[in-house]
Design a protein around this ligand. Structure first.
Ligand code: FAD
Length: 542
């Protein structure tokens, strides 16, 4: 496989005249070229998995795997969750961060999915109010739009009907009211709009909270530990070989049942041909919100190709996304292409012409791959987001598809299946009633800062994150690397133009005593961070 760094090298220098930001990205890649070394500190920190037989081994610490681990542990099963990198380091940390019914799925007649998603949205608002909050969407309507006034009104009526009265009521907006809500919108051809509600989340923290909830219910978590092979006995899966990321140490783990929740990695794990997902690539960009001027979320229909997409408020930034294209790219190196960024900028500029967004405005761009169970459609946007649960001939349960929003109900179905296969009585756990951990995060960070005022220092100017966020990330949220801290426990990497590279060494100094890093390890971790952000935030021409 050609790595991204190799590909960037083969391409030669970026076209800096058209995409000045690419020069910065390329520099990051060059800085990141050195490979990381294993150090004694890493070896000491290798997670030790108890040498016992588990009921369920869950492979993959995205939202699906963490949801399964939580549900199974709450039913009293002995669970081991193994994640090759960090929790949410895959697709689950690269979503649009919406917990939503998915109004656009109504166009494709996916009523069941929308109904389930709305129900789950309400559940998550209830069990994770610190991570999932209501979000107002304005949907402006322009003359001649593919989704006109009546079609939108009918769609929103149905959306509310499917919510069985649990949703906040939508309202139709006159042209004036639409502009009152969102004064930066283009006025040309604007005939009105609608206001409706869904919810937003922090995808990585939601995933991590779900992992921590699993641990609180007795599950064993092993991040930065990769499954390298399945152990079979008379054709049946009875465990796996796992290798720790830094020490390289390999261990055999035994389980009565294996759940493969590796999402788009399923194709790489190579355990079965029966449940192969098809990958659909989605790119987002972040630009300064003051440049766009949106107040809430905006639902747009791209003038380029008629697809539904969003401008989403994210503190001082606006996230624009997403694209939706079939891909065979590796999930480990997937990143935005200049053509993806161009498409998103052009689509947003139609709605916010005064912004005149260009490549220079792009603070960060990143890509994720949707693991779609039903990949036969020519148009990935029309492909169903429903999930599939398939047990193969060796007894491994493979999960494909689904959404961040529906992870809890999907997990319940998977664990039902697991209990059946284990010959147990299926007994559902109250996963919809028990709150996810982390509600005290703000208080705990304030406490750390009051105990040691140095921890109140900001990591970067104009960013809300402080040294205490990093300490909390290590002590309470299982962060082990700078990427865990700067990409997922905070979103500093998404929100700064150098993706946090300039504060890497300082961040390493802050967490080194907690993680047992010596000077050699610190340097290795900073180089590794450069490599990670080089892979994730690069924008290449092809
Ligand atoms: C651009 C985009 C936007 C989206 N927006 C939304 C949205 O707003 N709302 C919504 O509800 N859904 C959204 N989705 C869908 C949602 O993000 C995915 O359905 C969900 O995150 C998939 O989670 P997962 O756990 O199945 O996969 P992943 O998160 O990819 O998890 C799989 C994990 O398996 C691990 N793994 C792989 N191989 C191994 C191995 N050998 N050993 C151990 N671990 C391994 C990987 O490291 C990875 O962490 C979006 C998806 C994309 C791509």
């Amino acid at each position: 496989m050609v790595s991204f760094v190799d590909r960037a090298r083969m391409m030669g220098p970026p076209k800096t005249t058209r995409y000045p930001n690419l020069a910065v990205k390329f520099l990051i890649i060059l800085l990141a070229r050195a490979t990381s070394a294993h150090t004694s500190a890493d070896i000491e920190r290798m997670p030790t998995i108890p040498n016992e037989q588990f009921d369920v081994l869950v492979i993959g610490g995205g939202i699906t795997g963490c949801g399964v681990a939580r549900d199974a542990a709450m039913r009293g099963l002995k669970v081991l969750l193994v994640e090759r990198d960090d929790f949410a380091s895959g697709t689950s940390g690269r979503s649009s961060r919406l917990v939503h019914g998915g109004i656009r799925y109504l166009e494709h007649g996916q009523l069941h999915l929308v109904r389930e998603s709305i129900r789950e949205r309400e559940t998550l608002l209830r069990i994770a109010p610190h991570l999932v909050q209501p979000l107002a969407f304005t949907w402006p309507i322009y003359k001649g739009a593919r989704v006109g006034r009546w079609k939108l009104a009918a769609g929103l009526f149905l959306y509310e009907l499917l919510a069985l009265g649990k949703s906040r009521r939508h309202s139709t907006l006159s042209r004036e009211k639409t502009l009152e809500r969102e004064p930066s919108l283009s006025t040309t051809g604007l005939i009105g709009g609608a206001l409706y509600y869904d919810a937003r989340t922090d995808d990585a923290l939601l995933t991590i909270a779900t992992a921590l909830a699993a641990e609180q219910s007795g599950a064993v978590l092993a991040s930065h530990t990769r499954v390298t092979g399945i152990i079979r006995d008379a054709g049946k899966a009875v465990g796996a070989m796992v290798t720790a990321q830094y020490s390289g140490d390999t261990q055999e783990v035994r389980a009565r049942l294996v759940v493969d929740a590796t999402g788009v990695w399923q194709n790489e794990l190579g355990v079965s041909d029966r449940a192969r997902p098809r990958g659909s690539k989605g790119v987002h960009i972040a630009v300064p919100r003051e440049r766009v001027g949106n107040r809430d979320a905006i639902t747009m229909i791209s003038a380029v190709d008629g697809r539904v997409m969003f401008c989403l408020p994210a503190h001082r930034q606006t996230i624009i996304g997403t694209t939706d294209t079939w891909t065979d790219e590796s999930p480990e190196t997937v990143h935005a292409l200049a053509s993806d960024v161009d498409y998103l900028l052009r689509s947003a500029n139609e709605y916010f012409p005064r912004a005149r967004l260009t490549f220079d405005d792009v603070v960060s761009a990143w890509a994720g791959i949707r693991p779609l169970a039903s990949g036969t459609s020519a148009n990935p946007s029309a492909a169903s987001r429903e999930h599939s649960i398939v047990a193969d001939e060796s007894g491994i349960i493979h999960v494909t598809g689904g959404k961040l929003t529906t992870y809890r109900s999907m997990a319940a179905e998977i664990v039902d299946r697991a209990q059946e296969m284990l010959g147990q009585k299926v007994r559902r756990a109250p996963t919809d009633a028990v709150e996810l951990p982390g509600a005290d995060r703000g208080d705990e960070i304030a406490r750390l800062q009051s105990e040691d005022p140095r921890l109140a220092e900001r990591l970067a100017p104009e960013m809300p994150y402080t040294a205490a966020d990093l300490v909390y990330g290590v002590k309470r949220e299982k962060a082990q690397t700078l990427s865990d801290l700067l990409i997922r426990r905070t979103h500093l990497a998404f929100e700064t133009r150098d993706h946090g590279l300039s504060i890497g060494a300082r961040a390493a100094d802050i967490v080194a005593p907690l993680l047992g890093w010596d000077d050699q390890t610190k340097s290795a971790r900073v180089r590794e961070y450069g490599k990670d952000i080089g892979r994730m935030f690069a924008i290449t021409a092809a």
